[in-house]
Design a protein around this ligand. Structure first.
Ligand code: SF4
Ligand code: MG
Length: 335
């Protein structure tokens, strides 16, 4: 499969009172045409900063691209003028955020909000845009779309509002859709429905999707590939089967052990004790060393290289060095 997006050695920092916070520290990532890739990690791992970088939504200052390239169909997005980037946003690359209330305008009907992008990016006239808005609401599973386009966001439930947000994001047939914690603000049953919807839409439209989440549970039936981020780096990447059935990184083991059950209300990851590293003074070795039950002396001193375990799985951990002791994954993850 061809890559639609390639991120090469991306480094993003923020200037703060505490000094320079190195939020993303050399990320390499590919998104293939038509695939759904999940980026998983706790808050502060750099996953949102990575995705916002693709949209060039990093406020500068305090944000700064220190190095790297983000190639979209071969063109470096980081080199585009703001004007060209504005044309990209919404038409070629769209983003859905966590809270539908903040991405919708409360004073405008949802029909108008869907039509805005269509008129701006696709030069559609009012009549065609209105018709397309109805089709889009139908596509995202909102009943009575002809009536619903005339309504305001507050007349929709949380789940229905997120469907509207997805309709807006898909309006101009973007090639890449970035969904940053798209279901976190919703209750569990609605979460499952929205994920099913996204999965279904991905099949129908062949959009390439980047799904950002702190919860490995939500990626299981949605994504084909997973990148696990920690401390501004990708620590393990692989296809869904590799990450769920043959994970090699202790942080991935921790995430799997702490996966909430479908019937549980809790969405916080409590199972990994400790806190993420201070990225204003990042550790020189493995970012997970301070919390890793298997940390060795070498871990705190040197950053582990990636070991290629298959064509698709790569893991940065000293345990994969031939001199390291053999360590089994915890039984709680059942692999
Ligand atoms: Fe743990 Fe060391 Fe592997 Fe890091 S490199 S995850 S500290 S064993
Ligand atoms: Mg985030």
């Amino acid at each position: 499969l061809e890559n639609i997006l390639e991120i090469k050695d991306l480094r993003v920092s923020f200037e703060t009172y505490a000094g320079e916070v190195q939020a993303v520290r050399g990320v390499n990532l590919e998104l293939k045409k038509g695939e759904a890739l999940a980026i998983v990690g706790e808050s502060g791992s750099g996953k949102s900063v990575t995705s916002k970088s693709i949209m060039r939504l990093i406020p500068s200052p305090p944000g700064k691209f220190k190095s790297g390239e983000i190639l979209f169909e071969g063109n470096d997005l980081l080199k585009l003028s703001e004007k060209s980037m504005q044309k990209m946003r919404g038409s070629e690359i769209s983003m859905i955020f966590q809270d539908p209330m903040t991405s919708l305008n409360p004073t405008m009907t949802v029909g108008k909000q869907i039509m805005e992008g269509l008129k701006k990016h696709q030069n559609m006239n009012k009549h065609d845009a209105a018709q397309r808005a109805v089709e889009l609401l139908e596509l995202v599973g909102i009943p009575n779309p002809e009536d619903r386009i005339k309504q305001y966001p507050h007349q929709f439930s949380g789940g229905m509002r997120q469907r509207v947000v997805i309709a807006i994001a898909l309006a101009c047939n973007p090639k890449v859709l970035i969904a940053d914690e798209p279901t976190t603000a919703l209750d569990v049953t609605i979460q499952a429905q929205i994920l099913d919807l996204m999965k279904d839409l991905q099949k129908k439209t062949n959009t390439s999707i980047i799904l950002i989440t702190h919860d490995l549970g939500v990626v299981a039936n949605m994504a084909q590939r997973v990148a696990v981020m920690y401390g501004g780096k990708i620590v393990e990447t692989g296809n869904v089967d590799e990450i769920f059935y043959s994970p090699k990184h202790p942080y991935t083991w921790g995430l799997l052990s702490s996966m909430p059950k479908l019937d549980s209300k809790s969405d916080e990851l409590m199972a990994i004790p400790g806190t993420p590293p201070d990225l204003s003074n990042p550790p020189k070795g493995c970012p997970f060393a301070a919390r890793c039950p298997h940390a060795m002396k070498v871990c705190t001193e040197h950053m582990p290289e990636y070991t290629e375990l298959s064509e698709t799985q790569k893991t940065a951990c000293w345990l994969l060095d031939e001199r390291a002791p053999k360590v089994e994954p915890p039984e709680t993850i059942g692999v």
